[in-house]
Design a protein around this ligand. Structure first.
Ligand code: ZN
Ligand code: ZN
Length: 259
């Protein structure tokens, strides 16, 4: 088995118009889409953005006739504590192969809003990871923590600052992930579009030192041309860190893929 992209959006997400079939047409590998579940979404006028599950399953059924054994179902949960019950209710009603856990917003702003460039950087980074730690401790449904650096994408935090400000918090986050078998995603959009590769190279050894072994790669593609973007570079980084195995998910069960 070859590793395939495990962070992909289509028109079932509020911020993408990409066709599922178009991703399938440009690879021979399985395609899992991970659509946004983002309640009270500040990037969408406060709307509750949830994949239309019955339409999603109907599309999967149709595509399986053309692309047999290559369709997997996924969701990217945008977590906030006040939304916990609403999220849990949605997930209990809808089956997926893969659930990504994300921290995208604070209730007022998406963390990519330029507003966060105007706040105290240390306080923001620490608040972001305190929120993430509480969320990772709380949820029971996450397979993968997506883009651990999402709240820093629009900032210019250095590895030295991240270490000084957040190593204890990230250590607790990683301990919790390891105990719950939640994988660490290398989000190649964060690494190469948002130039945070150095932050990934800094924290992955912390995760490894605590015993973490589960890794995924995700392009976070919202258009077909971004599918698996930057995977060669990210695999090279992992090889340098002594990692030669990724995991893929079916029905939430991880399978190792050597690369
Ligand atoms: Zn995301
Ligand atoms: Zn995403």
């Amino acid at each position: 088995m070859t590793y395939y992209d495990q962070h992909v959006h289509t028109y079932f997400s509020f911020d993408s118009s990409a066709e599922w079939a178009a991703y399938l047409a440009q690879t021979t590998l399985p395609v899992v889409t991970t659509e946004h579940l983002e309640f009270q979404n500040p990037d969408d006028g406060g709307h509750d953005d949830a994949p239309d599950y019955s339409a999603y399953v109907a599309e999967a059924k149709k595509l399986r006739t053309v692309f047999p054994n290559r369709i997997l179902l996924g969701v990217e949960v945008g977590y906030r504590a006040p939304l916990a019950d609403q999220i849990a209710t949605y997930l209990a009603a809808n089956d997926y192969d893969l659930t990504l856990l994300s921290f995208h917003q604070d209730g007022d702003y998406d963390y990519q809003n330029p507003y966060f460039r105007t706040v105290d950087q240390k306080a923001h980074v620490q608040a972001y990871y305190e929120t993430m730690l509480a969320g990772v401790r709380e949820v029971g449904y996450a397979d993968v923590l997506a883009h651990f650096d999402y709240g820093l994408r629009v900032l210019d935090v250095t590895p030295e600052q991240l270490t000084a400000w957040a190593k204890p918090l990230l250590t607790e986050i990683f301990k919790t992930m390891i105990a719950k078998h939640i994988a660490f995603e290398l989000n190649t959009k964060s690494m190469y579009r948002w130039e945070n590769e150095a932050l990934y190279a800094t924290v992955i050894p912390w995760y490894q030192a605590l015993g973490g072994t589960l890794f995924t790669l995700g392009s976070d593609a919202h258009t077909v041309d971004k599918y698996a973007n930057g995977f060669d570079e990210a695999k090279h980084l992992l090889h340098q860190l002594g990692v030669h195995q990724l995991v893929t998910y079916q029905q939430h069960q991880p399978s190792p893929v050597t690369f």
